[in-house]
Design a protein. Sequence first.
Lengths: 889, 172
Amino acid sequence: MVSLKINGQIVNVPEETTILEAARMLEIEIPTFCHDPRLKPHGTCRICVVEVEKARSLQTACSTPVFEGMNVWTESDLVVEARKEIINLLLSNHPLDCLTCDKSGNCTLQYLCQKYNITGSTYVGERSTYEIDVSNPFYSVDLNKCILCRKCVLVCSELQCTDAIGLVERGFASHVTPPFEKNIEESTCVSCGNCVAVCPTGALVPKRKEKFSYGELKTVQTTCPYCGVGCQMELMVKGNKVVEIKPAFKVPNDGLLCVKGRFGYNFINHPDRLKNPLIKKNGVFEEATWDEAYQLIAEKIIETKEKFGSDALAGLSSARCTNEENYLMQKLFRAVVGTNNIDHCARLCHASTVAGLANTLGSGAMTNSIAEALLADVIFVTGSNTTETHPVIGAKIRQAIRKNGAKLIVAEPRRIDLANDADVFLQIKPGSNVALMNGLIKVILDEGLYDEEFVNSRTEDFNKLKEVIADFSVEQAAQICDVSVEDIKKAARIYAGGKRGAIYYAMGITQHSSGTEHVMSISNLALLCGNIGKEGAGVNPLRGQNNVQGACDVGALPNVYPGYQRVNDPVNQEKFEKAWGVKLSDNVGLTLSDILDQAVGIKLLYIMGENPMISDPDINHVQKTLENLDFLVVQDIFLTETAQFADVVLPAVSFAEKDGTFTNTERRVQLVRKAIEPKDNAKPDWVIIMEIMNRLGYLANYQHPQEIMEEIAQLTPQYGGINYYRISEEGLQWPCPNTEHPGTKYLHQKHFTRGKGLFMPISYREPAETPNAEYPLILTTGRILYQYHTRTMTGKEEGLNQKAPESYIEISPKTADALSINDGEMIRVASRRGNIITKAKVVDIVNDNVVFMPFHYAEGAANILTNKALDEHCKIPELKVCAVKIEKV
Amino acid sequence: MSCNCQCSTEKENDPRFQELDEIIEKYKNQAGSLIPVLHKAQGVFGHLPEEVQSYIAKGLKLPLSEVYGVVSFYSLFTTVPRGKYVFNVCLGTACYVQGSRKIMDNLKKELGLGIGETTADGLFTLEGCRCVGACGLAPVLTVNEKVHGRLKEDDVPRLISLYKLKEEQGSK
């Protein structure tokens, strides 16, 4: 520890602390422009100068470390004079249009002028005359207001790792620009707005949809409603409207957001939001009162139950809703309707992870934390286009490479952006991951690179793995995956050579008819190299939606109660019967895949916040099922493609209008805070479900979601120690069994949840559908940066639609040439299940026999084509591989 | 080709890009290799257009924004083609007090160029610089590698004719 005095106050701080950090501990303000605690101090702006006794000159507080006995003055005459001079110089080339500047009230330069009573510059000289760049749909760039602090450039290159902008020229001509003076829209900018968030002046400002001044806004911290990263952000509210969103400098995103979280909030206040319940009469929706809607739903539920039994009813819960709402939804079906027919879209994303990892490790969740990416020395990304689907985790992976020199292996069917950062990129055939994993394992076994001690002490069935691998060769793996033997060997050596190897995967692994086997083969590889139960390593399935982890945790699954407690175990059944005061069914319920299969014959379906008419495979089949239902209830914030088929539509509220919790991909339970009042007559999902429970004669009386969480904590061992008070500052990671427990950063530390890690001998199987003469191409699908799932939310944001307006298919130049298809041409794509018209995008990032489509769009919907062949273990459909043909129209 | 990516077959057949490949290959695993590579690339291409900068960025695995930042920072690098003879007038203190301003003005007039510009025939480029380290010969200008010192205002037409003559003789 070092002891020093700042403005006469004594402070003790660790060595290496800077003067600025020490001053902040004493809550002494030292102004900064260029400082950002996430960056190395670079001392560009000089505004933080302070007087240090006996020093020859003023020192920059941000970059000067403290020493024992140091005596610092932060506002001495000399300091103030220097700061005034710096501001005087800055103002000599800065427009004084604070009266109309969007940044007014939130501008560091303006604040310091107020603080030091500066009204203008005493210097007259040349002034910049840059044109304002408004090319980006979300923010504008006015270089005339730039003070060259370089923070935007450093955030872009060191934190976001996009390198869209740089500092160019020198002297007076120095300025920030994309290469070759192009505008932002023509650059590699991904519109994350992380530069905008740190700009200390009005040079980078978000485009506004309406006028406001920062002084009139209320700020509410909440959790992002898009992907599973669970970024913390601040909603800026004017009246009852969210008018801007800023990143919060909190775990897990550390001040970063992506374009969707940062700018995709227009849906909250969108005029198309559902305002009242709708009841379909003679094929037309008519507005109704809540009372009428509830009455009808209650009648139908009772009627169907009496006529066909409880198991003729089913519910689809929602990975978009809170834990509390998902808990209530499964409780409604289990305790009130009397069936375990409750599932949600996790069936389509990580059902195979939950099944696979539960089998081999004992717990089907991301083993390690997001921040631990920065501790890994090898990162292996497969089946995930991380920089687009989980952008902030993508940025952290790149930080690990740039800051720490971590090695990167990427195995993907497309040359995704991360492939350019990879030490080895394996452009594998879709659906061939098991062969790749076995190939890697083969090399590691043959060359003796595995972690023998770990294998001996912490795993079982190693011999079974060896047996199945003995019959397999690296050459076979290379042939199946369509990659070179050398690259597999290189990747194996890198992965096995790391001390902390972290695997990140997503739908490219899970969405296969052999998805569970895919997951278990990844687990095999990690166990073999001792990469589980270790900080900075792990098997990390990236959950796709804001609360898909939580929806699983609180039991929105047909086979388990909250906390993954099996419904067909009498002990569990008794526990929940006692808690809920009713008799419960011991039949394992139907999965989403079954529920949406016409043949299964569900009569009444209640869908909360899901849109299977876009998201599920073989949409034509889904449509037939929905049309054949006796009664369909859809609860959503918009009249989605699915809601069109409903008999009753219930208007719910967005994340901004309710309290609750989401659990992110790293098992962190985080608060969602109400920022505005519900729109019109819409109600929070938890209120709607509670009121329906009461209509059906089951007494439910929760005043606030907090009370629901108390009930969850009592019944869910992993959530035992979680309550709103404990997570008010920072979320807690489950397992968190009691209120003294600090949460669990990484799983399986001393022993696996199941005891020992289990090796599963797995052989490669072909996908259910392989190309033939008629359907010669493999179609794989995925998400893109600028849209989210079925576009219910992102489709309401003009800027996002401008960036990614329509459905398309990526085709290799050679394949396009062979069919005389030009880039941008509308073409027909057909599979055995249907055909669509979409736009050809000729790119060299896919192989000649592979085509790729984003699945977000209703027009030219990829899921008309996809195959619903199911994984036998967990019923996940094979969304990632089907055979198609393409032709000119 | 129907594709809109940057894979151009033209580059494969351009001997200059082959030479650039060799330069990149030689330097790619060394830290701080950007400036020497740019310098050598300018030697090969005469200047550093966008496609050459992009090619170098990709080859050295550096962000294009960094490459462009460096190119734009150093006056040595140019992104536009330069004349065969670059007149670089020293405007440093010693040369300036000895009248380099007049030399510059005269060159502007005689060549019909502003600073940084090149004649339509591609023969002459006019530049100003800070100091060439030959203050004893002030005022000086350099033409490519050659230094001309102790200049007077009316030396300018003679100097231009000298290089025009050289060019004519060279082309015979």
